[in-house]
Design a protein around this ligand. Structure first.
Ligand code: FAD
Length: 485
């Protein structure tokens, strides 16, 4: 097969390639030696998207997945009413690839527009004191300067970043012109005249990335804000603010996996990848060895650095894989025995500066106002603390913290789900956290093909984040292979 010409866009490239299956171009000698043309490691969204695109062009695949299920960091709790998600939670109208995958593979999407307003209403509870929004501007615990004293703590970072975001497009975070923002978010806050007390409440209390604003690059937070802004703009232009999938978002990767002609091999933990002159080998912990012409590896760096790669990665790519961390985040899912918020008259949603972090009610019932379960989001240093405790101790501490703040909840909280993403050996954390300076140093290196090994995963996405970033990266990896197969 001829190498695709660079002026073809991706869609026309796919169409062109449809006319000439790739398999025909692979020398027989290579196919005879190898079990398949390509091994995809990981049946999360990125690996599955790469696999489906490759298979669609006639590539013979083996997909190896360490867990016993598809979806990776997309996981739905089917034992809880409404199937809440303990991983990838919701997606915006700009998630074109994900929405397309759901539609193509027959997954019904739920329009979450009617329930979105509920998520913005929260009780602010600081130092165990419930602070009504009307009291907040004049409250003694409010460190925010004018004109931001009315902004609630959970919205403050977005407001500040949103009105000062230097990124015009989502992919500009990798533009060398923006290197000057590859500094600690804490420094950037300070440059905006924000005090340490503001940073503590607005960011460190329930941080989205890393333990504190010292450990994340402002550039990553700008990218996240630009991406969220893009989703909001698209939502404003149409009737739909966002989606989840019927049965939980895990239904999407499950349907993608089911659509593959080659069945995903589950419970296959990869421990080594070798790239040789005539082919690649993938070694699993059960002793099995798979051979192929090429490998697509979709695991996050926090896991990849435990997999032996031969020949070893070098230079900045090696540094990236060994040092890019994944966020610590934990969730507790609760089905309340009774709606205790009707007893104390407060909103079930909470933003706290204690162990319970943030509590959000899930509205996944027949009508928008129905509360089907509660999710406690524990982030940052609180998540790190939990990860050092026995699971039962950690959960009990959070529940007693919540009950202390909401006495009406005492004895009413039935825990039906708990997840520490950091303690999960197949993810070792949640989304990638780029620490100050890392984007400049190796942002462009982590996804560089290494011999016959190609990389994808949300940490390698360029213009999208989260689930759509994973899909984007799988597409990019598939196109890399179209160039070389
Ligand atoms: C709590 C939480 C909330 C989130 N909320 C959102 C949200 O609202 N919106 C959004 O867009 N995104 C959200 N995300 C992020 C989103 O879920 C991820 O970015 C995305 O699912 C990552 O997909 P991936 O394919 O890159 O990685 P993964 O899903 O991690 O896929 C990698 C796969 O490789 C497998 N694997 C790992 N190690 C091995 C090994 N050694 N051998 C074999 N297989 C292996 C894993 O089991 C996994 O299936 C959230 C994530 C979490 C955890």
């Amino acid at each position: 097969m001829n190498a695709p010409s660079s002026h073809l866009d991706r869609r026309s490239l796919l169409k062109t390639m449809g006319a000439a299956p790739l398999l025909a171009a692979i020398p027989n000698v290579v196919r005879a030696l190898n079990d398949s043309d390509v091994i995809v490691i990981g049946a999360g969204l990125s690996g599955l998207n790469a696999a489906l695109l490759l298979e669609g062009e006639g590539v013979n695949l083996t997909v190896l997945e360490g867990r016993d299920r598809a979806g990776g960091r997309v996981k739905s709790l089917r034992n809880i009413p409404g199937n809440p998600d303990v991983g990838g939670t919701a997606f915006g109208p700009g998630y074109a690839r994900l929405v397309d995958a759901a539609r193509t593979h027959g997954v019904d999407l739920i329009d979450i527009t009617p329930v979105v307003p509920y998520f913005f209403r929260r009780e602010l509870i600081l130092d165990d004191e419930v602070i009504p929004a009307t009291d907040w501007p004049g409250h003694r615990l409010n460190p925010f300067p004018e004109p931001f004293r009315e902004v609630m703590p959970w919205a403050y970072t977005n407001v500040l970043v949103g009105s000062n975001n230097p990124l015009q497009t989502t992919d500009a975070w990798l533009d060398p012109a923006n290197e000057k923002f590859d500094i600690a978010l804490h420094h950037w806050f300070s440059q905006q005249g924000q005090s340490d007390a503001v940073i503590e409440l607005a960011y460190n209390t329930n941080p989205t990335h890393s333990g504190t604003a010292w450990d994340v690059s402002a550039l990553q937070v700008f990218m996240a804000a630009a991406f969220a802004g893009m989703q909001r703009q698209l939502a404003a232009a149409g009737p739909i603010m966002g989606y989840t999938a019927k049965g939980g978002n895990q239904s999407i990767p499950e349907a993608m996996a089911a659509a593959l002609k080659s069945e995903v091999q589950y419970n296959k933990t990869v421990i080594g990848i070798r790239s040789g002159d005539s082919g690649a080998e993938v070694h699993c912990s059960d002793g099995s060895i798979y051979r192929a012409d090429r490998v697509v590896c979709s695991v996050p760096c926090s896991v990849l650095r435990r997999i032996r790669i031969d020949p070893m990665l070098t230079g900045l790519q090696d540094k990236g894989v060994r040092t890019l961390i994944s966020n610590a985040i934990n969730q507790i899912h609760i089905v309340p025995k009774k709606p205790y918020w009707e007893d104390d008259g407060l909103n079930p949603n909470m933003f706290t500066n204690s162990l319970a972090g943030m509590v959000l009610a899930e509205h996944k019932g027949a009508v928008p106002e129905d509360i089907t379960s509660l999710t406690i989001w524990i982030r940052g240093l609180n998540a790190a603390w939990m990860d050092q405790q026995a699971t039962g101790t950690a959960i009990a501490a959070v529940i007693s913290d919540l009950e202390r703040q909401r006495p009406a909840a005492k004895g009413q909280l039935e825990v039906l789900g708990y997840k520490s993403w950091y303690r999960d050996p197949f993810s070792a954390g949640d989304w990638a956290v780029w620490q100050p300076g890392q984007i400049t140093e190796f942002g462009a290196e982590v996804a560089t093909p290494h011999g016959r090994i190609h990389f994808c995963g949300e940490h390698t996405a360029i213009a999208n984040r989260g689930m759509e970033g994973a899909m984007e990266s799988g597409e990019r990896a598939a196109f890399e292979l179209f160039e070389v197969l």
